[in-house]
Design a protein. Structure first.
Length: 363
Protein backbone atom coordinates (compact mmCIF):
# COMPACT_ATOMS: atom_id res chain seq x y z
CA UNK A 1 0.00 0.00 0.00
CA UNK A 2 1.33 3.41 -0.90
CA UNK A 3 1.86 6.07 1.77
CA UNK A 4 -0.58 8.45 0.12
CA UNK A 5 -3.31 5.83 0.12
CA UNK A 6 -2.71 5.03 3.81
CA UNK A 7 -2.92 8.82 4.52
CA UNK A 8 -6.28 9.17 2.78
CA UNK A 9 -7.77 6.28 4.71
CA UNK A 10 -6.28 7.31 8.05
CA UNK A 11 -7.82 10.76 8.10
CA UNK A 12 -10.23 10.97 11.00
CA UNK A 13 -12.75 12.94 8.95
CA UNK A 14 -12.51 10.87 5.75
CA UNK A 15 -13.32 7.29 4.78
CA UNK A 16 -11.91 6.40 1.38
CA UNK A 17 -13.68 3.22 0.26
CA UNK A 18 -11.71 2.98 -2.98
CA UNK A 19 -8.37 3.23 -1.18
CA UNK A 20 -9.15 0.51 1.38
CA UNK A 21 -10.64 -1.77 -1.31
CA UNK A 22 -7.49 -1.31 -3.39
CA UNK A 23 -5.29 -2.11 -0.36
CA UNK A 24 -7.25 -5.28 0.36
CA UNK A 25 -7.02 -6.34 -3.29
CA UNK A 26 -3.24 -5.89 -3.13
CA UNK A 27 -3.15 -8.00 0.03
CA UNK A 28 -5.19 -10.80 -1.57
CA UNK A 29 -2.88 -10.75 -4.60
CA UNK A 30 0.16 -10.93 -2.31
CA UNK A 31 -1.42 -13.89 -0.49
CA UNK A 32 -1.80 -15.75 -3.77
CA UNK A 33 1.92 -15.35 -4.47
CA UNK A 34 3.09 -16.45 -1.01
CA UNK A 35 4.99 -19.75 -0.79
CA UNK A 36 5.74 -20.08 2.94
CA UNK A 37 4.13 -19.47 6.31
CA UNK A 38 6.67 -16.75 7.04
CA UNK A 39 5.56 -14.80 3.94
CA UNK A 40 1.89 -15.25 4.85
CA UNK A 41 2.44 -13.93 8.36
CA UNK A 42 4.26 -10.86 7.02
CA UNK A 43 1.38 -10.19 4.57
CA UNK A 44 -1.19 -10.52 7.34
CA UNK A 45 0.69 -8.01 9.49
CA UNK A 46 0.96 -5.55 6.58
CA UNK A 47 -2.63 -5.73 5.33
CA UNK A 48 -4.61 -6.67 8.45
CA UNK A 49 -2.38 -5.59 11.34
CA UNK A 50 -2.72 -2.65 13.72
CA UNK A 51 -1.26 -0.18 11.22
CA UNK A 52 -2.91 -1.64 8.12
CA UNK A 53 -5.33 0.05 5.75
CA UNK A 54 -8.28 -2.04 6.99
CA UNK A 55 -7.63 -1.18 10.63
CA UNK A 56 -7.21 2.54 9.91
CA UNK A 57 -10.37 2.54 7.78
CA UNK A 58 -12.35 0.85 10.56
CA UNK A 59 -11.27 3.60 12.93
CA UNK A 60 -12.30 6.26 10.40
CA UNK A 61 -15.87 4.92 10.30
CA UNK A 62 -16.52 6.58 13.65
CA UNK A 63 -16.30 10.05 12.07
CA UNK A 64 -18.93 9.30 9.40
CA UNK A 65 -22.60 10.23 9.46
CA UNK A 66 -25.07 7.65 10.70
CA UNK A 67 -26.23 6.64 7.22
CA UNK A 68 -22.65 6.43 5.94
CA UNK A 69 -21.51 4.29 8.90
CA UNK A 70 -23.93 1.52 7.87
CA UNK A 71 -22.67 1.39 4.32
CA UNK A 72 -19.03 1.68 5.40
CA UNK A 73 -19.52 -1.14 7.95
CA UNK A 74 -20.96 -3.44 5.29
CA UNK A 75 -18.06 -2.66 3.00
CA UNK A 76 -15.45 -3.29 5.69
CA UNK A 77 -17.14 -6.56 6.67
CA UNK A 78 -17.04 -7.77 3.07
CA UNK A 79 -13.39 -6.73 2.63
CA UNK A 80 -12.32 -8.46 5.87
CA UNK A 81 -14.22 -11.60 4.86
CA UNK A 82 -12.60 -11.64 1.40
CA UNK A 83 -9.17 -11.17 2.90
CA UNK A 84 -9.82 -13.83 5.58
CA UNK A 85 -11.04 -16.42 3.06
CA UNK A 86 -8.03 -15.85 0.81
CA UNK A 87 -5.68 -16.05 3.76
CA UNK A 88 -7.27 -19.17 5.24
CA UNK A 89 -7.28 -21.05 1.94
CA UNK A 90 -3.66 -20.15 1.21
CA UNK A 91 -2.60 -20.96 4.77
CA UNK A 92 -4.03 -24.48 4.52
CA UNK A 93 -2.37 -24.96 1.13
CA UNK A 94 1.05 -23.77 2.32
CA UNK A 95 0.88 -25.88 5.49
CA UNK A 96 0.05 -28.96 3.44
CA UNK A 97 2.96 -28.26 1.10
CA UNK A 98 5.41 -27.78 3.99
CA UNK A 99 4.22 -30.96 5.73
CA UNK A 100 4.60 -32.89 2.48
CA UNK A 101 8.18 -31.60 2.10
CA UNK A 102 8.98 -32.57 5.71
CA UNK A 103 7.52 -36.04 5.27
CA UNK A 104 9.47 -36.53 2.04
CA UNK A 105 12.68 -35.53 3.80
CA UNK A 106 11.94 -37.85 6.76
CA UNK A 107 10.93 -40.89 4.72
CA UNK A 108 12.69 -44.05 5.93
CA UNK A 109 13.84 -46.50 3.30
CA UNK A 110 13.09 -49.87 4.93
CA UNK A 111 15.45 -51.61 2.51
CA UNK A 112 18.52 -49.72 3.76
CA UNK A 113 20.78 -51.51 6.28
CA UNK A 114 20.20 -50.36 9.84
CA UNK A 115 23.14 -49.16 11.90
CA UNK A 116 22.52 -50.22 15.49
CA UNK A 117 24.68 -50.27 18.54
CA UNK A 118 25.41 -53.96 19.15
CA UNK A 119 24.10 -55.56 22.32
CA UNK A 120 26.70 -56.29 24.94
CA UNK A 121 27.58 -59.88 25.75
CA UNK A 122 28.94 -61.09 29.05
CA UNK A 123 31.57 -63.78 29.05
CA UNK A 124 29.73 -67.05 29.75
CA UNK A 125 32.11 -68.08 32.54
CA UNK A 126 30.99 -65.58 35.23
CA UNK A 127 27.38 -66.18 34.19
CA UNK A 128 27.81 -69.90 34.81
CA UNK A 129 29.48 -69.16 38.16
CA UNK A 130 26.39 -67.18 39.14
CA UNK A 131 24.14 -70.06 38.07
CA UNK A 132 26.11 -72.44 40.28
CA UNK A 133 25.94 -70.06 43.22
CA UNK A 134 22.19 -69.64 42.74
CA UNK A 135 21.81 -73.43 42.86
CA UNK A 136 23.47 -73.69 46.27
CA UNK A 137 21.77 -70.61 47.68
CA UNK A 138 18.46 -72.14 46.61
CA UNK A 139 19.25 -75.14 48.84
CA UNK A 140 20.05 -72.88 51.79
CA UNK A 141 23.84 -73.26 51.57
CA UNK A 142 26.33 -70.44 52.12
CA UNK A 143 28.76 -69.13 49.49
CA UNK A 144 32.35 -68.79 50.73
CA UNK A 145 35.17 -66.90 49.03
CA UNK A 146 38.67 -67.42 50.40
CA UNK A 147 42.11 -66.02 49.50
CA UNK A 148 43.82 -67.05 46.28
CA UNK A 149 47.27 -66.75 47.85
CA UNK A 150 47.06 -69.45 50.49
CA UNK A 151 49.28 -71.02 53.11
CA UNK A 152 50.58 -74.48 52.42
CA UNK A 153 48.90 -75.70 55.61
CA UNK A 154 45.40 -74.81 54.40
CA UNK A 155 46.05 -75.95 50.84
CA UNK A 156 47.71 -79.27 51.68
CA UNK A 157 48.34 -80.21 55.34
CA UNK A 158 44.81 -79.56 56.59
CA UNK A 159 43.46 -81.59 53.65
CA UNK A 160 45.50 -84.67 54.56
CA UNK A 161 48.13 -84.26 51.83
CA UNK A 162 51.35 -85.91 53.03
CA UNK A 163 54.63 -83.99 52.89
CA UNK A 164 55.78 -86.08 49.92
CA UNK A 165 52.55 -85.91 47.93
CA UNK A 166 53.22 -85.18 44.21
CA UNK A 167 50.80 -82.25 44.22
CA UNK A 168 53.22 -80.39 46.52
CA UNK A 169 56.01 -80.48 43.98
CA UNK A 170 57.00 -77.23 42.28
CA UNK A 171 56.23 -78.72 38.88
CA UNK A 172 52.56 -78.87 39.92
CA UNK A 173 52.12 -75.88 42.26
CA UNK A 174 52.97 -72.17 42.09
CA UNK A 175 54.95 -71.22 45.21
CA UNK A 176 55.23 -67.57 46.29
CA UNK A 177 58.68 -66.12 47.06
CA UNK A 178 59.28 -64.88 50.58
CA UNK A 179 57.40 -67.79 52.06
CA UNK A 180 58.30 -67.58 55.72
CA UNK A 181 54.98 -66.54 57.24
CA UNK A 182 52.68 -67.35 60.13
CA UNK A 183 49.41 -68.73 58.84
CA UNK A 184 45.92 -68.37 60.34
CA UNK A 185 46.25 -71.68 62.19
CA UNK A 186 49.35 -70.45 64.02
CA UNK A 187 51.90 -72.54 62.13
CA UNK A 188 55.19 -70.76 61.53
CA UNK A 189 57.10 -71.22 58.30
CA UNK A 190 54.32 -72.54 56.07
CA UNK A 191 55.05 -71.90 52.44
CA UNK A 192 52.70 -69.56 50.58
CA UNK A 193 51.19 -70.91 47.37
CA UNK A 194 48.64 -69.94 44.75
CA UNK A 195 45.81 -72.21 45.83
CA UNK A 196 45.50 -75.38 43.80
CA UNK A 197 41.87 -75.96 44.87
CA UNK A 198 39.12 -74.10 46.69
CA UNK A 199 39.02 -76.90 49.30
CA UNK A 200 41.35 -74.72 51.37
CA UNK A 201 38.43 -72.39 51.94
CA UNK A 202 36.36 -75.31 53.24
CA UNK A 203 38.85 -75.78 56.08
CA UNK A 204 38.72 -72.04 56.78
CA UNK A 205 34.93 -72.30 56.91
CA UNK A 206 35.04 -75.17 59.41
CA UNK A 207 37.45 -73.26 61.66
CA UNK A 208 35.55 -69.97 61.40
CA UNK A 209 31.94 -71.19 61.58
CA UNK A 210 32.04 -74.64 63.15
CA UNK A 211 29.37 -77.26 62.54
CA UNK A 212 26.83 -77.92 61.18
CA UNK A 213 28.16 -76.35 57.98
CA UNK A 214 26.91 -76.30 54.38
CA UNK A 215 29.10 -74.17 52.08
CA UNK A 216 30.03 -73.90 48.41
CA UNK A 217 33.38 -72.39 47.45
CA UNK A 218 33.59 -71.14 43.84
CA UNK A 219 36.69 -69.36 42.64
CA UNK A 220 39.94 -69.30 40.69
CA UNK A 221 42.63 -71.92 41.22
CA UNK A 222 46.13 -72.29 39.80
CA UNK A 223 48.14 -75.21 38.43
CA UNK A 224 51.37 -75.32 36.44
CA UNK A 225 49.59 -76.68 33.36
CA UNK A 226 50.34 -75.50 29.85
CA UNK A 227 47.51 -73.85 27.97
CA UNK A 228 46.05 -76.26 25.46
CA UNK A 229 42.63 -77.37 24.20
CA UNK A 230 41.64 -78.90 27.56
CA UNK A 231 43.96 -77.27 30.16
CA UNK A 232 44.81 -73.80 31.41
CA UNK A 233 47.07 -72.69 34.29
CA UNK A 234 44.29 -70.50 35.72
CA UNK A 235 40.83 -71.98 35.91
CA UNK A 236 37.74 -72.07 38.12
CA UNK A 237 36.38 -74.67 40.47
CA UNK A 238 33.37 -74.93 42.69
CA UNK A 239 33.82 -77.19 45.68
CA UNK A 240 31.08 -77.94 48.18
CA UNK A 241 31.24 -79.19 51.75
CA UNK A 242 28.52 -80.39 54.09
CA UNK A 243 29.32 -81.43 57.69
CA UNK A 244 26.55 -82.47 60.06
CA UNK A 245 25.41 -85.37 62.14
CA UNK A 246 24.34 -88.46 60.20
CA UNK A 247 25.34 -87.45 56.67
CA UNK A 248 25.99 -90.36 54.27
CA UNK A 249 26.93 -91.07 50.67
CA UNK A 250 23.20 -91.13 49.90
CA UNK A 251 22.99 -87.42 50.80
CA UNK A 252 25.98 -86.75 48.56
CA UNK A 253 24.40 -88.61 45.66
CA UNK A 254 21.15 -86.69 46.03
CA UNK A 255 22.90 -83.31 45.86
CA UNK A 256 24.98 -84.38 42.86
CA UNK A 257 21.89 -85.50 40.94
CA UNK A 258 20.19 -82.16 41.63
CA UNK A 259 23.29 -80.26 40.50
CA UNK A 260 23.50 -82.29 37.29
CA UNK A 261 19.87 -81.51 36.45
CA UNK A 262 20.37 -77.81 37.24
CA UNK A 263 23.42 -77.58 34.96
CA UNK A 264 22.45 -79.88 32.07
CA UNK A 265 18.70 -80.42 32.10
CA UNK A 266 16.18 -83.00 33.33
CA UNK A 267 17.80 -85.99 31.62
CA UNK A 268 21.15 -85.52 33.37
CA UNK A 269 22.18 -87.74 36.27
CA UNK A 270 25.33 -88.66 38.18
CA UNK A 271 27.30 -91.85 38.76
CA UNK A 272 30.03 -92.59 41.31
CA UNK A 273 33.10 -94.72 40.60
CA UNK A 274 35.54 -95.74 43.37
CA UNK A 275 38.68 -93.60 43.45
CA UNK A 276 41.15 -92.01 45.88
CA UNK A 277 41.61 -88.46 47.17
CA UNK A 278 43.58 -87.58 50.31
CA UNK A 279 40.80 -85.44 51.76
CA UNK A 280 37.90 -87.91 51.34
CA UNK A 281 37.37 -91.51 52.44
CA UNK A 282 35.69 -93.25 50.73
CA UNK A 283 36.35 -91.31 47.50
CA UNK A 284 34.72 -91.46 44.10
CA UNK A 285 35.04 -90.09 40.60
CA UNK A 286 31.91 -88.19 39.60
CA UNK A 287 30.55 -89.13 36.17
CA UNK A 288 27.77 -87.33 34.35
CA UNK A 289 25.17 -88.92 32.10
CA UNK A 290 25.42 -86.61 29.10
CA UNK A 291 22.66 -86.97 26.48
CA UNK A 292 24.47 -84.67 24.01
CA UNK A 293 27.78 -86.51 24.09
CA UNK A 294 29.45 -86.87 20.69
CA UNK A 295 28.74 -90.32 19.35
CA UNK A 296 25.55 -90.63 21.36
CA UNK A 297 24.44 -90.37 25.00
CA UNK A 298 26.90 -91.71 27.54
CA UNK A 299 28.86 -91.18 30.75
CA UNK A 300 31.58 -88.55 30.94
CA UNK A 301 33.93 -87.62 33.81
CA UNK A 302 32.86 -84.42 35.57
CA UNK A 303 34.59 -84.15 38.96
CA UNK A 304 35.52 -85.83 42.24
CA UNK A 305 33.73 -86.43 45.53
CA UNK A 306 33.53 -88.51 48.69
CA UNK A 307 32.97 -88.52 52.44
CA UNK A 308 35.21 -86.08 54.32
CA UNK A 309 38.32 -87.81 55.63
CA UNK A 310 38.31 -87.91 59.47
CA UNK A 311 41.80 -86.38 59.47
CA UNK A 312 40.42 -83.26 57.72
CA UNK A 313 37.72 -82.93 60.38
CA UNK A 314 40.31 -83.32 63.13
CA UNK A 315 42.53 -80.62 61.57
CA UNK A 316 39.60 -78.21 61.95
CA UNK A 317 38.86 -79.31 65.51
CA UNK A 318 35.78 -81.39 64.62
CA UNK A 319 35.16 -84.76 66.27
CA UNK A 320 34.73 -87.31 63.43
CA UNK A 321 32.99 -89.71 65.81
CA UNK A 322 30.12 -87.22 66.15
CA UNK A 323 30.04 -85.49 62.77
CA UNK A 324 30.37 -86.76 59.24
CA UNK A 325 30.47 -84.87 56.01
CA UNK A 326 30.66 -85.09 52.26
CA UNK A 327 32.52 -82.96 49.72
CA UNK A 328 32.70 -82.69 45.97
CA UNK A 329 34.21 -80.46 43.32
CA UNK A 330 33.69 -79.79 39.63
CA UNK A 331 35.55 -77.65 37.13
CA UNK A 332 33.55 -74.66 35.95
CA UNK A 333 35.35 -74.48 32.60
CA UNK A 334 34.70 -78.17 31.99
CA UNK A 335 31.05 -77.65 32.83
CA UNK A 336 30.92 -74.76 30.37
CA UNK A 337 32.65 -76.76 27.61
CA UNK A 338 30.11 -79.56 27.99
CA UNK A 339 27.11 -77.28 28.43
CA UNK A 340 27.72 -75.23 25.29
CA UNK A 341 29.63 -77.75 23.14
CA UNK A 342 32.85 -75.68 23.18
CA UNK A 343 35.80 -77.68 21.89
CA UNK A 344 38.85 -75.58 22.77
CA UNK A 345 39.87 -73.98 26.07
CA UNK A 346 41.62 -71.22 24.09
CA UNK A 347 38.20 -69.76 23.25
CA UNK A 348 37.58 -69.04 26.94
CA UNK A 349 40.79 -67.11 27.58
CA UNK A 350 41.81 -65.35 24.36
CA UNK A 351 39.31 -62.49 24.68
CA UNK A 352 37.91 -62.77 21.15
CA UNK A 353 34.70 -60.73 21.22
CA UNK A 354 33.18 -62.99 18.57
CA UNK A 355 33.14 -65.80 21.13
CA UNK A 356 31.25 -63.79 23.76
CA UNK A 357 28.80 -62.48 21.16
CA UNK A 358 27.38 -66.00 20.94
CA UNK A 359 26.05 -65.45 24.46
CA UNK A 360 23.99 -62.25 24.06
CA UNK A 361 23.69 -60.52 27.44
CA UNK A 362 25.42 -63.48 28.95
CA UNK A 363 22.68 -65.99 28.17
Amino acid sequence: MHVTERYLVAQGTQFDADAVAKAVAEGIAAIAQASSMEELKAIKTQYAGAQSAMTMASKAIGSLDKDQKKEAGKLMGKLRADFGRAYGTKEAEVKAQEEARELAAETVDMTLPVRRNPLGARHPLPKLMEDVEDFFVGMGWQISDGPEVETEWFDFDALNFGPDHPARQMQDTFYVKGNQAKDAAGFVGSNMVLRTQTSSDQVRGLIAHGVPLYIACPGRVFRTDELDATHTPVFHQVEALAVDKGLTMADLKGVLDKLAVAMFGPEAKSRLRPSYFPFTEPSAELDLWFPDKKGGPGWIEWGGCGMVNPNVLRSAGIDPDVYTGFAFGVGVERTLLLRHDINDMHDLVEGDVRFSEQFVMGE
